[in-house]
Design a protein around this ligand. Structure first.
Ligand code: RAT
Ligand code: ZN
Length: 414
């Protein structure tokens, strides 16, 4: 029987050393050229930090977008790190990243940080970050409607097995007129009114991109008003094409629900917000399509409890991550504690949503700390009943949370 201090240390050690699969990011491997974002200037111009900067300097909003990347990064650094203390989660994240990569944050020497990152090749950079963050693999967000991205896939880029694909359907499902025009231009026999061969042609498009990307799942982000069933192009596409395709190919559909796009358009990528969504939508889908698998995350804090309850009812529903505005230490503690209490170990606690390679370092360091904290509380409660917690039981549980639940839900081994 180990004592409390030993139990805490053991859990911390296991949570920190267990490699993980990051199931949702916006990262790309070096073969994707300029689409791969890395280094200090990209870290500083992350849209989470842009929103915080322009909050202090709203008069700079228009000018900001005309500035070159380095000048934007300088403005963020000055506004958020030099003129006040960088206490927000996104600011702290930059400092955690620098520290864990071995840089001296006490000096606040932006020029030195630029030198350090400038000296790394893309390949060295990926190796370093994956090693520091304990990453087995990351899942990308792959958009077959993005002309830049499509080019890389069609050029048969060298595969890096640490970067796995997810086929993103936002354009198809949320911007049907734009998708229809794109599909027509690419030679698919679709029409905006969805008549004739539209559905089989979209199926053909999906099959082609499925073959090219070999995605682990299909995904879409959705507004708080998303309903199912719904008499909209999105509802019809889900029912007639996406759900049958997912079911027959065995691919889960990831639903990321609750984003209000461009509440402040002047902020561009930083201008999206959150709204409370309807759990009934997920219940309807899980009940009506028992053979389909759904990975689900909600953006609003208010939806988290009902998502846990819904997941108790449906084995084909896998809650995942503390998404975007919920990826803060306080929210991770609250949501993970609730999930453990209602779902045991049958969920995927976190994804990073990293857009810049280096963010893997801080996002996972911060998340691992909170997960260790919450798990420790739960194991202490168990230990108080006399239940034995040998090291291999804890390791098994953490591996479940960090990659096995995902693998088993997909039905594959990564
Ligand atoms: O977290 C983010 O960076 C958001 O801008 C979105 O990309 C969101 O995560 C999404 O996948 O739609
Ligand atoms: Zn994302």
């Amino acid at each position: 029987m180990i004592n409390r201090a030993e139990l805490r240390a053991k859990i911390g050690e296991i949570v920190n050393s267990t490699p993980l699969v990051d199931i949702h990011t916006h990262l790309f491997p070096p073969a994707f050229g300029g689409m791969m974002l890395r280094g200090i200037d990209e870290l500083l111009t992350y849209h989470y930090l842009v929103a915080e900067t322009l909050r202090y300097r709203p008069e700079k909003t228009e000018e900001f977008w005309r500035m070159p990347l380095v000048a934007q990064a300088d403005l963020v650094w000055e506004t958020l790190f030099l003129e006040r203390s960088p206490v927000s989660e996104a600011c702290r994240g930059v400092l955690t990243t620098l520290k864990l990569l071995g840089l001296d944050t006490s000096a606040g020497a932006l020029a030195e940080y630029r030198d350090f990152f400038g000296g790394l090749s893309p390949e060295e950079h990926v190796d370093l970050v994956c090693q520091k963050a304990g990453i087995k693999a990351v899942v990308m967000t792959n958009d077959p409607f993005d002309p830049e991205e499509r080019r890389f896939w069609q050029e048969k880029y060298p595969v890096d097995r640490r970067f796995l694909a997810a086929l993103r359907l936002d354009v198809l499902l949320n911007k049907w007129p734009e998708a229809a025009a794109h599909l027509q231009a690419a030679g698919y026999e679709v029409d905006p009114g969805m008549t004739g061969r539209t559905f089989p042609e979209i199926r053909r498009f999906l099959e082609e991109w499925d073959r090219i990307m070999n995605p682990l799942y299909l995904a879409v982000s959705l507004p708080p008003t998303f309903a199912f069933p719904e008499e909209t192009p999105r509802g019809r596409l889900l029912e007639n094409v996406i759900l049958p395709f997912c079911r027959e190919s065995g691919r889960p559909l990831a639903l990321m629900i609750g984003v209000k796009k461009l509440v402040n358009p002047a902020l561009r990528l930083a201008g999206d917000s959150v709204g409370r969504s309807r759990i009934e939508t997920v219940e309807n889908l899980c009940a009506a399509y028992p053979e389909n698998k759904f990975l689900v995350t909600f953006l609003s804090r208010e939806n988290q409890h009902e998502l846990c309850v819904a997941a108790r009812k449906f084995g084909n529903l896998m809650p995942f991550g503390c998404w975007w505005f919920l990826n803060t230490p306080g929210m991770i503690r609250e949501i993970t504690g609730m999930r453990l209490e209602l779902l045991g170990l049958s969920f995927i606690p976190q994804h990073s949503d990293a857009r810049v390679l280096d963010q893997l370092v801080y996002k996972w360091d911060h998340s691992r700390k909170e997960l260790a904290r919450v798990l420790t509380e739960k194991y202490e409660d168990l230990a108080a009943t006399g239940w034995q917690l040998p090291e291999d039981a804890i390791r098994r549980d953490v591996e479940g949370l960090f990659f096995r639940n995902f693998q088993e839900f997909l039905g594959i081994s990564l």
